[in-house]
Design a binder for this molecule. Structure first.
Ligand code: LLP
Length: 409
C-alpha cells in the first residue's frame, strides 16, 4: 500500500494534503508516513515468517529517534556501525540483545561500549579487530559474542558505488582468510564465535546474487564445520524508485533461505534499511526561481544536495511531484536543481511537468532511506526539520536546526 500519493490532484501523506503541511512548516522539510513505515516492516516480517528472522533495522539509512522508537515498538532490532548509532538504538529502547554491531573500522572506545552494553553480536572484519576485541573483553572479564563477516565475492547488480560483496572491496574477509580467522578466534579465550555475516551491497532488485551468497555460505560451513548460531544476511533489498523498476521477489528469497536452513541449527538475522524506510518520506521543497537559460527551464528549489545527496553522489533518480497537479507545463528540458554552488546539485529532469510557478512547492519522492542521514551543513545551511504524519495528525520529529546553532561553531 502507498501512503504517499496523489489524491484528487493533491499530493498527500496519509490523510493530509501536503498543501496543508506547507502552511505549517518551513520548507524544505522531510515528511514521513508512520503507516508506511509500519506497513513496510510488517510486509518484510510476513514475507519471511517461515524463517522467523531477527530483523535488525539498519540505522545508517535513517536514524531519527522517533522512527527508531516506532520500529522498536513493532519488534525491530538494530544494525549499527558507530557508537552514535549504538547509543541511539539503546536510547530508542532497543534491547541490546537485538543489536548487531558492524563496520570495518570500530575503534577501541566503540568496542568497549558495545561490550558493556552487551550487544547480540560484534561482526568482526579483520584479524586485528578480533585481537582487540579479545583484549578488551579480557580486561572487562567478559566472553563476547562475535560474528565474522565473510566477503563472498558476489557482486550484486547495483550501482557500483553501493556494491560491497566483490573480493576487491574493503568489506569482510575472502574465503580462505575467513576460514583462517575463524580458527584463530576459536582459540581466543574471551571470544565466543556465534555468527557469520555478509552484506553484498544495497538496492539489489534480483534474488540471484542472494542465492549465490547462500551457496558460498554453505561451502564455508562445510569447510569449517562450524555450526554458526546466527547467519546474518545483511540488508540490500532494493525498492522501486520508478514505476518501471523491477521489484524483488521477497517470497522467493524467503523460500531460498528456508531451504538453506534445512538441517541447520541457525537463526537468520536481516539488516534491512532501505526496504523499511525508503518509500516512507518525501522531501518538500519550494520553487525559489524559474530561470530560463539556453533553452532550458531551471527550476531552482530551496532544497539541495545538502538535504538530499543521493542524486549528486550516485546519480540516483528521485521522482518529483507537484503538490497540486495542474495542466501541463509548457516547455521541455525542465531541470530541477538546488541552490548549492556545485554543478552536481541537481535533481531530475522532465520533458513535461505539471504547471508550476515560483513559490509553488514540490515533493521529491522516496527519500526516507539515506536522505536525512546523508544530509549536511554544506554551504552553511541548516539541517532541516522532519515531520511525521499519522493518519490525519502531524508532528515535528526533528526540529529544523536554528541559525544560531548553525553559526556558533
Ligand atoms: N548492513 C550493512 C552491513 C550495510 O553496510 C548496509 C548498508 C545495510 C545493512 C543496509 O542496506 P540496505 O538494506 O539499506 O540496502 N548511501 C547509499 C547506500 C549505502 C548502503 C551502505 N550499507 C544509498 O543512498 O544508496
Amino acid at each position: 500500500m502507498n501512503y504517499i500519493r496523489l489524491r484528487k490532484n493533491y499530493l498527500s501523506v496519509e490523510n493530509l494534503s501536503v498543501q496543508k503541511l506547507v502552511k505549517k512548516y518551513k520548507t524544505p522539510f522531510y515528511c514521513y508516513s508512520l503507516s508506511q513505515l509500519k506497513d513496510n516492516f510488517f510486509t518484510f516480517r510476513d514475507c519471511f515468517k517461515t524463517v522467523k528472522p531477527i530483523i535488525c533495522f539498519s540505522i545508517k539509512s535513517n536514524s531519527n529517534l522517533t522512527l527508531l522508537k516506532e520500529l522498536r515498538k513493532i519488534g525491530s532490532g538494530a544494525d549499527v556501525v558507530s557508537i552514535g548509532e549504538l547509543l541511539k538504538a539503546t536510547k530508542a529502547g532497543i534491547n541490546p540483545k537485538k543489536i548487531v554491531f558492524s563496520g570495518v573500522g570500530k575503534t577501541e572506545e566503540e568496542i568497549r561500549i558495545a561490550i558493556r552494553k552487551g550487544v547480540l553480536l560484534i561482526n568482526i572484519e579483520s584479524e586485528s579487530e578480533a585481537s582487540l576485541i579479545n583484549k578488551i573483553s579480557k580486561q572487562l572479564s567478559k566472553k563476547v559474542s562475535v560474528g565474522v563477516r565473510l566477503n563472498p565475492n558476489v557482486i550484486g547488480k547495483t550501482n557500483k558505488k553501493i556494491s560491497t560483496g566483490g573480493k576487491d572491496e574493503k568489506f569482510g574477509l575472502v574465503y580462505n582468510d575467513f576460514i583462517n580467522l575463524c580458527k584463530k578466534i576459536k582459540k581466543m579465550k574471551n571470544l565466543n564465535l556465534r555468527g557469520l555475516s555478509v552484506h553484498i551491497g544495497s538496492q539489489i532488485t534480483s534474488i540471484v546474487p542472494f542465492k549465490k551468497v547462500l551457496s558460498v555460505i554453505n561451502k564455508v560451513i562445510k569447510k569449517t564445520n562450524i555450526n554458526f548460531e546466527f547467519i546474518d544476511l545483511g540488508g540490500g533489498i532494493g525498492i522501486s524508485y520508478s514505476k518501471n523498476e523491477k521489484k524483488i521477489n521477497l517470497k522467493q528469497y524467503c523460500k531460498m533461505v528456508a531451504k538453506f536452513l534445512k538441517n541447520k541449527n541457525s537463526r537468520i538475522i536481516f539488516e534491512p534499511g532501505r526496504f523499511i524506510v525508503g518509500n516512507t518520506a518525501i522531501l518538500i521543497a519550494k520553487i525559489i526561481y524559474i530561470k530560463r537559460s539556453n533553452n532550458k527551464n531551471f527550476i531552482i528549489l530551496d532544497a539541495g544536495m545538502n538535504n538530499l545527496l543521493r542524486p549528486a553522489l550516485y546519480d540516483a533518480q528521485h521522482s518529483i511531484v507537484a503538490i497540486k497537479k495542474r495542466g501541463k507545463f509548457l516547455g521541455k528540458n525542465i531541470k530541477f536543481v538546488g541552490p548549492i554552488c556545485e554543478s552536481t546539485d541537481k535533481f531530475s529532469t522532465y520533458r513535461t511537468f505539471s504547471q508550476i510557478k515560483e513559490g509553488d512547492c514540490v515533493g521529491i519522492t522516496n527519500v526516507g532511506a539515506y536522505g536525512m542521514s546523508l544530509s549536511s551543513n554544506y554551504n552553511t545551511r541548516p539541517i532541516v526539520a522532519e515531520v511525521l504524519v499519522n493518519g490525519s495528525t502531524h508532528k515535528i520529529i526533528r526540529k529544523r536546526q536554528s541559525l544560531e546553532n548553525l553559526v556558533n561553531n
